[in-house]
Design a binder for this molecule. Structure first.
Ligand code: ADP
Ligand code: MG
Length: 650
């Protein structure tokens, strides 16, 4: 039988690693060639500064050589992309560092679970395996301890358990005993010994010759060069590279939802640990969202109020009144000829002369002094004021000076205590009998004042002739054809009457224009309020970004650890983005709650408020979008960190 030389698991050829550029460049590894087979227990020994850690980072694929070739299980590592390298770190390597490099915010078990999370192992088996590993390493009763609650030796055992989590085919231990007391150091060494016996490939880096002698092969490095190699031991002869094929490496293994759940849990923890900072960041978002909601509600409330006024009055209405001319001469009065001419104007749709005065009315044995108004058939439609009982009078009744009357709702209540049908009954206005033909609906309900409900309405001409014996109306309501034409109508009427009367013996109150102006000012107020709200939301977003940038800076080491244990760039991106969105989400919910509360308080103070679910939803959506937008930059800079530099905490 011919003995086939085993394929080396790791084959380095003339590896060089330079730091810096040009003049300042230092070559730390100066042509390292080395083969390590599966199952070997190798110690790399050398003085401090000789390049051991640099070599190990290259072996573990968290750093790339400046030149030279690295073949892993026969494949050129230089040809692998970031995801494949992450896969290698996850599936092939397990790092054990001098400084343990555990994630401070996570418990022992959670630290051990990290590599399996990135490998997509479901929660239950993952937790069980982490617990089993810790138990095997004598930490079964320390599962829920955080790193700062563990001794150095215990922390190092946690990090060995983490290295074994995904199988730990190759354990890369960089001065694993360097920070430990003699006894803990000895324990860690015998652990590595056992693992070597169990078939793990172990590469141990140390400056201590005694420690190195525990290994089965010792490679000496000095000043970036290998100066001695004790040669392959027995184990190597039988060892084989037993890695899954890189070509079929599933680099996107973990399911998105599992990953998100994990990221959410981690984000929640970070938020809880940095409570004060989180609260302050939240405040920005809360204020932003709440102000969007309140300001939109106030703006909307104001708009609805004007809309209601417009509904009652109409934004197309002008009032025309008699007035003394500028030179003091009495008004000629707006006569029927004027009315007919005004009605013919291009911009005018309807003209309603109005005359009114308090009069005494009598029904049965009751009498009262009420305001009676002579008005036209257009009144209910111009004032959007329907009849409740009976009907309004007709054109014909107007022409024929019919003695008919429509009662305001309060007058009806006052005279018909039993609520009986008044239609057809006779009423005395002054000295004239009028027949009741209808009752108006209550206006007070919509306008807030019952003044208009305490009136009676008679046809304009009947009032002129039968009640007041006056020739001209008190005022005329003119309706423009549209809101755009109220100003035209005012101009045209002014010109027409000035020509007909030869003097300005009238005044025009442009109510429609007033309402339109008010509407426009309310609209611009809403816009301005919205703008202020958006600004505060942006300020909140900048707060999120600021905190996220700080978080990333503070946690570069954690990011390095995660990358060394196999996190892909997108895992890191997702984690930090999740944190940003979580902050905004919680802030959004709190902001909506605060906004609704503040709106409620304003309502108590009779400020008109118009909550719109859309504004609430929009504000909430904006908050989440703010988190995504302002969290993206910091998250991306975290994902793009260089693993080695991140591990060094730079
Ligand atoms: P060892 O682990 O053997 O103590 P290292 O591999 O950590 O040595 O470092 C070897 C040399 O490389 C040291 O002189 C160190 O100053 C230098 N070095 C390490 N990392 C960097 C870096 N990022 N930039 C510049 N020089 C570095
Ligand atoms: Mg070192």
């Amino acid at each position: 039988m011919k003995s086939v030389p085993p394929t080396p698991l790791i084959a380095l050829t003339d590896i060089r690693r330079r730091y810096g550029e040009g003049e300042a460049a230092v070559e730390v590894l100066r042509g390292v060639s080395l083969e390590i087979c599966a199952g070997e227990f190798v110690a790399i020994v050398g003085a401090s500064g000789s390049g051991k850690s640099t070599l190990m980072n290259l072996l573990g694929c968290i750093d790339r050589p400046t030149s030279g070739s690295y073949r892993f299980a026969g494949r050129d590592v230089a040809a692998l992309d970031a995801d494949h390298l992450a896969w290698l770190r996850r599936e092939a390597f397990g790092f054990v560092f001098q400084a343990y490099n555990l994630i401070a915010t996570e418990t022992a078990r959670e630290n051990v679970e990290v590599p399996a999370i990135y490998a997509g192992v479901p929660k239950d088996p993952r937790q069980a395996q982490a617990a089993a590993l810790l138990d095997r390493l004598g930490l079964g009763d320390r599962l829920d301890y955080r790193p700062n609650q563990l001794s150095g030796g215990q922390q190092q055992r946690v990090s060995i358990a983490r290295a074994l989590m995904n199988g730990g085919r190759i354990i890369l231990a960089d001065e694993p005993t360097g920070a430990l007391d003699t006894r803990s150091g000895a324990e860690v060494m015998s652990l590595l010994d056992e693992l070597a016996d169990a078939g793990h490939t172990i590469i141990l880096i140390t400056h201590d010759r005694h420690v190195a002698e525990r290994a089965r092969r010792v490679i000496e490095i000095s000043d970036g060069r290998i100066v001695a190699d004790s040669g392959r031991g027995e184990a190597a002869k039988t060892g084989r590279a037993t890695l899954p094929d890189l070509a079929v490496a599933d680099t996107g293994h973990a399911s998105l939802s599992a990953n998100l759940r994990e990221a959410t849990r981690a984000a929640w923890r970070v938020m809880r640990i940095n409570r004060l900072r989180t609260a302050l960041t939240l405040l920005g978002i809360v204020i932003g969202v709440a102000s969007v909601i309140v300001m939109m509600a106030v703006g909307e409330g104001a708009r609805r109020q004007v809309m209601a006024q417009m509904g009652a009055l109409g934004a197309t209405i002008l009032y025309l009144e008699n007035r003394s001319a500028p030179d003091g001469s009495p008004p000629r009065g707006i006569d029927d000829g004027d009315l007919a001419e005004i009605a013919r104007l291009r911009s005018v749709s309807r003209v309603m002369p109005t005359i009114g005065d308090p009069v005494t009315i009598r029904y049965g044995n009751r009498d009262a002094r009420v305001y009676s108004q002579g008005i036209t058939t257009d009144m209910p439609s111009i004032h959007k004021w329907p009849v409740a009982q009976g009907r309004f009078f007709t054109e014909r009744e107007m022409r024929e000076l019919a003695p008919v009357v429509v009662l305001g709702s309060k007058i009806y209540e006052q005279f018909f205590l039993d609520g009986g049908n008044p239609v057809g009954r006779q009423l005395l206005i002054g000295n004239t009998l009028f027949e009741i033909i209808g009752v108006m609906s209550s206006k007070g309900a919509s306008s807030g004042s019952d003044g208009e409900d305490k009136r009676v309405f008679v046809p304009y001409r009947s009032a002129l002739v039968r009640i007041y014996q006056r020739p001209v109306p008190d005022y005329v309501v003119v309706e423009a054809k549209s809101t755009d034409l109220v100003d035209d109508a005012e101009r045209e009427i002014r010109a027409l009457l000035a020509a007909r009367h030869g003097q300005e013996d009238f005044s025009i109150d442009n109510a429609g224009a007033r309402l339109n102006a008010e509407m426009a000012s309310r609209r611009s107020m809403t816009l301005m309020l919205g703008l202020i709200a958006v600004v505060s939301l942006v300020v909140g977003g900048i707060g999120v970004m600021n905190v996220m940038l700080m978080t990333v800076k503070e946690r570069t080491r954690e990011i390095g650890i995660r990358m060394a244990t196999g996190a892909r760039q997108r895992d890191i991106l997702r984690q930090f983005l999740t944190e940003a969105v979580m902050v905004s989400l919680v802030g959004g919910v709190a902001g909506v709650a605060l906004g609704l509360t503040l709106g409620g308080v304003l309502l108590l103070f009779a400020v008109p408020i118009g909550f719109s679910p859309l504004a609430g939803l929009g504000a909430f959506g904006c908050a989440v979008a703010t988190g995504l937008l302002f969290g993206f930059m910091p998250a991306r800079s975290a994902a793009r960190l260089d693993p080695v530099r991140a591990l060094a905490g730079e």
